[in-house]
Write a new protein. Structure first.
Length: 235
């Protein structure tokens, strides 16, 4: 199973701790779910699932405190009568009425190397393909090769479906495909127990109310192992 390494960096990052209810406070490093989202921004298909195996912290962990404007609520799902303009309130949010100023403790000048691979979970049949017992046609070898070439081509040329970000959409992320074995750069020389960290959200549990999954993150010489086959993940 082939694995890739992306080097990602940005001016600011915020990987919000879920226990902080009002003010945003970031984890010390990028979470596996945020790292997975970067891979998905480059190549996302319903037939593949990305898995993050290792995170290397390349820059020292630095913090910055900022105040910024946020909205106090999100747009509710409109009713049919609102869509047709037959009832009030109208669809949308009046920013001046919902603006809230909040403080946040964010990361700055971040740089990571993220290692990950994908697995094919299902393959929709093309014309002329036969269906299996489950109603899907599986050709794992062909699909993996096709998607691997597609990802490498897009990552090397800087293409993405949407601009990847570091936790919050306003914190844009730069990326490049690298060969970590040939690079002379090394992670930071720091070892610490980062405690329990958000691993990912389990949408198979309930698509409308996904189950949060956590793991015990331990950074050794700047390297965090996040391979689900090697770490204990708890729901």
């Amino acid at each position: 199973m082939h694995s890739w390494c992306l080097e990602v960096w940005g001016d600011f990052a915020c990987f919000t701790r879920p226990e902080m209810k009002v003010e945003r406070v970031s984890y010390d490093v990028i979470t596996p779910s945020a790292a997975r989202a970067i891979f998905e921004a480059i190549l996302w298909k319903p037939e593949i699932r990305w898995n993050i195996t290792k995170i290397e912290v390349m820059n020292p962990i630095r913090w910055i405190s900022l105040r910024r404007n946020e909205l106090g609520r999100v747009i509710a799902r409109p009713t049919e009568s609102q869509i047709n303009g037959e009832s009030k309130p109208p669809i949308g949010i009046f920013i001046e009425d919902e603006r809230q100023q909040r403080a946040g403790l964010f990361l700055r000048d971040v740089r990571y190397r993220i290692h990950g691979y994908f697995e094919v979970v299902e393959h929709r049949p093309n014309d002329g393909e036969s269906l299996g017992e489950s109603g899907w046609a599986f050709d794992l070898g062909k699909s993996e090769g096709k998607y691997a070439a597609m990802f490498e081509r897009r990552a090397r040329s800087g293409q993405c479906f949407h601009r990847p970000y570091l936790g919050c959409r306003e914190f844009a992320c730069y990326f490049r495909l690298v060969n970590a074995d040939e690079s002379s750069d090394r992670p930071i020389n720091e070892t610490r127990d980062l405690g329990y960290m958000l691993y990912d959200l389990d949408f198979d549990h309930d698509p409308d109310d996904p189950l949060p999954l956590f793991f015990r993150a331990y950074m050794e010489n700047g390297v965090i192992i996040t391979d689900r086959r090697k770490v204990e993940v708890r729901g």
